[in-house]
Design a protein around this ligand. Structure first.
Ligand SMILES: Cc1c2[nH]c(c1CCC(=O)O)Cc1[nH]c(c(CCC(=O)O)c1C)Cc1[nH]c(c(CCC(=O)O)c1C)Cc1[nH]c(c(C)c1CCC(=O)O)C2
Length: 367
């Protein structure tokens, strides 16, 4: 097979022109962007949530003596960390190295990322007066982010994508209200149901901040965005529709028509259609739901991203690669498929396994 001829995963070959940018600039559309739009791709694009950091020795070396939130704000470090997994694994996308709390800190909220814990907020949010601590995010507050994104984009090949991201209002609100990582999100739910007006005002502020953060990244060259609503799987459908969906929709709308939007959460099998309807081209699927079921639940209206169980990366090659092949196969039936894990890379993962999984997906899906 001619490797230069784009090949849809279903086997429909198309002309090479379909993989070029509109406007006759001759630039190649990143493979991930084409898949998100449901267009022909030379192979199924692959990236891994939390691919930057954690499992990579070269990342741990760079982070030595640099606090997480400081590393996120130093363009030379941030750019290099973002590029490390792309070089090592030959994945189709870089995920911008940052954190969902970076824009919240940028507007002035006193918080820190505590090693082994996660984001910790000095004074948790509980009352109306706390809203004053969430002013709008303006680009001048995050000029380093603009510089880092532009630096990464300039270093990538044109067929590789840079994914920008933000935390969705519910997940951000949970960290602010609980004061840190939470298992049950009880204070968050108590606020949501106990004072819906304050809840909505809080989420409106967070949606504005997250939307502005996405816009900054897209303005600087991000090719796609992912909205992480990591903990929204703790809600039922009714609460999601009433208290969350309108706010997430606002964030997604902030970059509508500019770049493909991926919407992801953990344990969101019951919410997949609603998350797509909030305004995403791509719905992220965690490992608990088969892609075939996810396709049905989303009515075939969205490309899918996912969904290898990150724990399977610890299994022997035979069952691991068999599962990878199954996921690639199931993805062929979707309007578009981006191969990923069902959640982030676990810190003790052998990075060579990620390289081999990437190669396997490329091989079996076309290249
Ligand atoms: C541990 C943690 C942090 N921040 C957060 C946690 C989880 C705590 C909890 O369980 O509640 C909060 C967070 N940060 C991010 C998310 C969404 C993604 C997810 O669900 O995992 C969430 C929920 C995005 C991210 N957070 C980070 C990225 C960067 C991209 C990447 O690593 O691939 C993203 C998209 C990076 C990050 N973020 C953090 C560290 C130490 C790092 C460095 C690398 C690593 O150890 O994973 C701190």
């Amino acid at each position: 097979m001619d490797p230069n001829v784009p090949q849809h995963p279903t086997g429909t070959s198309t002309s090479a022109e379909q993989n070029t940018a509109p406007g006759g600039e001759g630039g190649v559309v990143p493979t991930l962007v084409a898949a998100a739009r449901g267009e022909a791709t030379p192979h199924t694009p692959v990236w891994f949530m939390r691919q930057a950091g954690r499992s990579l020795p070269e990342y741990r070396a760079l982070r030595e003596g640099n606090a997480m939130l400081e590393a996120c704000r130093r363009p030379e470090l941030c750019t290099e960390i973002t590029l490390q997994p792309v070089r090592r694994h030959d994945v189709d996308a870089a995920i911008f190295f940052s954190d969902i709390v970076v824009p919240v800190q940028a507007v002035g909220v006193d918080l820190d990322i505590v090693p082994g814990v996660g984001p910790v907020v000095a004074e948790p949010f509980r009352t109306r007066a706390d809203l004053d601590r969430l002013p709008e995010l303006t680009p001048d507050m995050v000029t380093d982010i603009t510089e880092s994104v532009a630096g990464v984009r300039a270093a990538l090949r044109s067929d590789q994508a840079l994914i920008g991201f933000a935390g969705a209002p519910f997940t951000l609100a949970s960290y602010l209200v609980e004061g840190g990582p939470s298992k049950n999100h009880e204070n968050t739910k108590a606020l949501m149901h106990g004072d819906p007006e304050l809840w909505n005002d809080l989420c409106e502020r967070l949606a504005a901040i997250a939307g502005a953060f996405l816009q900054v990244q897209v303005d600087a060259g991000a090719d796609a965005v992912q909205l992480f609503d990591s903990w929204v799987g703790y809600l039922n459908r009714a609460d999601y529709q009433r208290f969350v969906a309108p706010h997430s929709a606002r964030v997604l709308a902030s970059v509508e028509g500019r770049v493909p939007r991926i919407h992801f959460g953990v344990g969101t099998g019951e919410l997949l259609d609603l998350m797509g309807d909030a305004g995403a081209e791509v719905v992220g699927v965690d490992y608990r739901v088969d892609l075939a079921d996810a396709l049905e639940r989303t009515g075939g209206r969205h490309a899918l991203q996912g969904n290898l169980d990150p724990a399977l990366l610890f299994a022997p090659d035979e069952p691991l690669m068999a599962r990878v092949d199954e996921i690639v196969e199931a993805g062929r039936k979707a309007p578009g498929h981006i191969f990923n894990l069902g959640h982030g890379v676990l810190p003790t993962t052998d990075p060579d396994v990620l390289t081999r999984v990437t190669a396997r997906v490329h091989e079996t899906s076309g290249r």
